[in-house]
Ligand binder design. Structure first.
Ligand code: BDP
Length: 716
């Protein structure tokens, strides 16, 4: 064979890999060509586009469908003025073409951001219509249609009615003005302290806005809740305004985390006391200044009197006083205040009961544009907690949930943990606030307590890594949050399947095992880190590796793992019963009784609510010690299974992403074994009981693990 032919052959075999190598930067909006049968179906249904409207949002929708259709089918949609066979008509009743369809009674049910998609018979065929009351609805409807094509669904007979469960659906970035990201594991901030030109950044912000709009996220708080007062200076307001301009066509509002002490720190006032008229005026002026540059600014997110942040209590005032003062400043501009209830101070009360104790007295006393933002659990973002009793507890003031997408306590961006299952567990949890049927979701979406203002948020996992989220599967959590914020009745499995098809390939031989891995992944992490309701066993500062032994003389007791697992020769677990910290009493009946009784409490929250002896018998007949050890081992077996399964999927997707994920899954198994061995060996020093004989022996010894520094800051 001549050298030339040889080189050509080598090129030929390399080519597919070169072409297909993907970085993950396109997220789930790849718009790559579909197989021929689908292309034929879709071009039969749609060949031209009629845009009934001309504002920036409808134009963004039109641009998106053009781009998607071209990418997916290889054909352009012809822009035409009149609907007919093969047309896709998008618009609002402001336009006669939509009014003529007489959809008003159906549109009424869509609300502000919902939409309908319909197939209408017309002469010589049929046309497809996306109609909504606002152009925002049209945009969301357009992304719905695109998703159907991306996942290979039929679009020839559509009858879709959609409206979002929550009015405000926001991401919270914990990005600092110096470009670092608190609890971020995907590189530096995409917002602050960036060296690149605006053209590069703005292109990325547009992509970000499209991705969010594609799942219905309509707002974002781009700076850390531990807020730098300087974010309120003219320099940053100007930066926010430029970003807001890019978001606007995608119906995304920008919000800001603010520091309660700003009037004193950057305003030169004597104090930041909410009762000081000069302070009140300062916030009013500041709000007016912001709205001057950003007319659709969303509002403020505030972390006050929490973990050292300033707040109204510094002046003997209350959360209510602080929140209402800011709310009044924003009212003339229709802005809102998201006031966080993540509070805990050293004192007599145990941490899990504090938020409820601190906020319940103000139920019903907040201004109408205040919403209380509550983490899903009463302590922090543990792999599993009971839901916060403020859901269903606070009834007169609106409450919103805060989830965490970034995996602060779930293996950072090293571990695959699909979190939709966790969020559904919380959203679906029964609070019994108004009897059966009072799920956490319903206590926050306005249905149960009739609130106008409804919202949901989650702490983002996005950074400057090429694939946005560090771990390719981290993208699935961003995606799933948006989908659930729109419709919490969706099944985690279906969301996973959509995402896998859009992000990778349609081949069921790939999709099925991957969805299965995703569906099992969160429980696997719970098992090798914190089974049976254990929590806070990680290193106290980095929150990454296992450190059940950590004991720092002089450190706050409730920062240390030993305080939470409370292991001793007598047993393990945190007593939150009526004999203990009494968290149980903050729940409605019958949950208070169920949680109070070790025989009734769900097994996965056993040690969250109870301190029990090592030889306590579980319902399944196992001794507590054995049950716990089995769980740790089960977690590791699951991680191994994920790794083996993935290894067998080589060739289905591009090599680059395949190998990057393969590497992470290997790391996950290694780290799962650390967790298992560290916890089992350490707790064994108290239980004095053997590891069941049929289980493999620990790979590490305890001293070696204690020496290992689990501080994984270099993953940052
Ligand atoms: C904790 C995080 C800390 C955050 C805090 C919060 O470790 O970095 O600032 O939550 O939510 O879990 O305010």
């Amino acid at each position: 064979m001549s050298g030339k032919i040889c080189r050509l052959l080598v090129l030929f075999f390399l080519l597919p890999n070169i072409i297909l190598a993907e970085s993950g930067e396109k997220l789930w909006l790849r718009y790559l060509p579909l197989d021929n049968a689908k292309v034929v179906d879709y071009t039969n249904a749609i060949r031209s586009l009629v845009v009934a409207g001309d504002d920036a949002v409808i134009s963004a929708a039109a641009e998106e469908i053009q781009m998607a259709f071209n990418g997916l089918t290889g054909n352009d949609l012809r822009n035409v003025n009149r609907p007919g066979a093969g047309a896709l008509l998008i618009g609002t009743p402001e336009n006669r073409l939509i009014r003529d369809l007489e959809l008003s009674s159906e549109l009424e049910k869509c609300g502000e951001e919902g939409y309908i998609i319909r197939t209408f018979p017309v002469r010589n065929g049929q046309m497809t219509v996306i109609a909504a009351n606002t152009s925002a609805g049209v945009l969301y409807g357009t992304f719905d249609l695109i998703r159907r094509m991306q996942t290979g669904e039929s679009i020839s007979k559509l009858e879709v009615n959609e409206s979002p469960a929550f009015k405000i659906r926001v991401l919270n970035h914990w990005d600092n003005l110096n470009g670092t990201v608190e609890r971020g594991y995907a590189g530096h901030s995409i917002w602050f302290n960036r060296p690149e030109d605006w053209s590069v950044r703005s292109a990325q912000y547009k992509y970000y806005a499209r991705a969010n709009a594609s799942v219905g996220i309509n707002g974002t708080v781009i700076n850390n809740v531990n807020a730098d007062p300087n974010v309120l200076t003219a320099e940053y307001i100007e930066k926010y305004a430029r970003i807001a301009d890019i978001f606007r066509p995608y119906n995304m509002k920008i919000y800001m985390s603010v520091n309660f002490a700003s009037p004193a720190v950057i305003g030169g006032l004597e104090n930041s006391d909410p009762f000081n008229p000069a302070v009140q005026q300062w916030w009013k002026d500041k709000a007016a200044e912001i709205y001057q540059s950003i007319p659709d600014f969303g509002g403020f997110l505030v972390k006050a009197n929490s973990e050292g942040q300033p707040g109204p209590m510094d002046y003997g005032r209350t959360h209510k006083d602080g929140a209402n003062m800011m709310a009044k400043a924003l009212q003339p501009h229709n802005g809102i205040v998201m006031w966080r209830a993540f509070v805990y101070e050293p004192g007599d009360d145990e941490r899990s009961v504090q938020a409820y104790n601190e906020f319940m007295p103000f139920d019903g006393e907040f201004e109408d544009n205040v919403i209380v933002q509550v983490k899903n659990g009463p302590v922090d973002f543990m792999p599993r907690e009971s839901f916060s009793p403020l859901f269903g507890g606070m009834q007169k003031s609106p409450v919103m949930i805060e989830f965490q997408i970034t995996q602060e306590y779930l293996g950072h961006s090293n571990h695959l943990a699909y979190l939709s299952t966790m969020w559904k567990e919380v959203l679906d949890a029964e609070t019994f606030a108004k009897g059966v049927g009072s799920s956490v979701a319903k206590t926050t979406d306005g249905t149960l307590f009739n609130h106008e203002l409804t919202a949901i948020s989650a702490v983002s996992n996005i950074g400057r890594d090429i694939n946005w989220t560090g771990h390719h599967f981290g993208q699935s959590n961003w995606y799933a949050f948006g989908r659930l914020a729109w419709d919490y009745d969706l099944l985690s499995e279906d969301i996973a399947e959509e995402w896998v098809k859009m992000t990778f390939v349609h081949d069921q031989k790939f999709v099925e095992p991957v969805v299965d891995i995703m569906m099992r992944s969160r429980e696997a992490v719970v098992n090798y880190m914190n089974p049976l309701g254990l929590h806070h066993i990680m290193g106290w500062d980095h929150h990454f590796g296992p450190e059940p032994w950590t004991d720092i003389p002089g450190a706050r007791e409730d920062w240390l793992p030993r305080y939470y697992h409370n292991a001793s020769e007598f047993g393990i677990g945190f007593d939150r019963t009526t004999n203990g910290s009494n968290l149980v009493s903050q729940y409605h009946s019958p949950l208070n009784k169920i949680y109070n009784d070790p025989l009734l409490v769900p097994e996965n929250l056993l040690l969250w609510f109870h301190h029990l002896p090592w030889n306590y018998r579980l319902q399944n007949g196992l001794k507590l010690w054995d049950a716990m050890v089995y769980k740790y081992y089960e977690g590791v077996e699951e991680a191994r299974l994920f790794q083996n399964r993935w290894d067998r999927l080589e060739g289905y997707i591009d090599d680059r992403r395949f190998k990057e994920i393969q590497y992470k899954l290997k790391l996950q198994t290694t780290e799962a074994i650390w967790w298992r061995d560290a916890c089992v060996l350490y707790f064994q020093t108290y239980s004095n009981l053997p590891i069941p004989a049929e289980l493999e022996r620990p790979v590490h010894d305890l001293d070696e693990l204690k020496e290992l520094k689990f501080d994984m800051k270099h993953h940052n």
